[in-house]
Design a protein around this ligand. Sequence first.
Ligand code: NDP
Length: 253
Amino acid sequence: AAQRLANKVILITGASSGIGEATAREITQAAAGNVKLILAARREDRLSTLTSELLKSFPSVKIHNAKLDVSVQESIEPFINSLPKEFADIDVLVNNAGKALGKDQVGDLLQEDIQGMFQTNVLGLINLTQAVLPIFKKKNSGDIVNIGSVAGHESYPGGSVYCSSKAAVKFFSQSLRKELINTKIRVLEVDPGAVETEFSLVRFKQDAQAAKKVYEGTTPLDASDIAEIIVFGLSRKQNTVIAETLVFPSHQA
Ligand code: NDP
């Protein structure tokens, strides 16, 4: 089934760490290096390191690294329109870039954090989707994988903005799937529970102790667990849509 990934052009946002990075690895491995990746994030140094690693194991893989801040609306369309020819005909968009910021109750949340979450998790994802859709519609083919969260299904105190941003991802994905019902464009959504990545470090603004505490006494998933699910969904037959996958470590149920 992984052969279905062969020769595809796959754009992954937030490929510089965690789930996005693991997805780049998993896809490359599943396609035995027979794939073209566009790896996007703000930290270019991380993308370069990942690219070198992937090329070492799979010299045939083609990679285009792109410095992209998905929260800057004006940069999205130019980015898609100026991709090198070899990478321009995108087949798969993995909308993974996202973050939680701050642990505070809504009254204490900083304005910049509120905006940061919505601009990245919601508007970034929607704008990228809008920019890529014409490519998919033209050939009546393509896959969009949106990374939501269990937080989009169930809220928690201190998660008001993050949870609502992920609920937006869930309903955007559902609506889009319905809009595209008569096409061969699939919309998949993967909703992780606790995964140990740099997510908590970002949430607590590089406070490593606070970040570590989140996972204390639990066995969180690791990024590759989610990457495997993404690859599974992408490598189903064209008429099979794994619409929404809720996946969390057993302690979270
Ligand atoms: P990481 O912090 O490890 O990775 C987040 C990625 O998003 C990084 O590559 C980061 O790259 C990128 N990113 C953040 N902001 C922007 C931006 N403005 N523009 C472009 N890229 C950006 O966390 P995860 O891998 O865990 O998170 C990936 C996704 O999974 C997110 O959508 C998150 O909400 C979701 N998720 C995570 C869970 C978890 O427990 N870890 C649980 C549920 C969902 P850079 O900083 O280089 O730009």
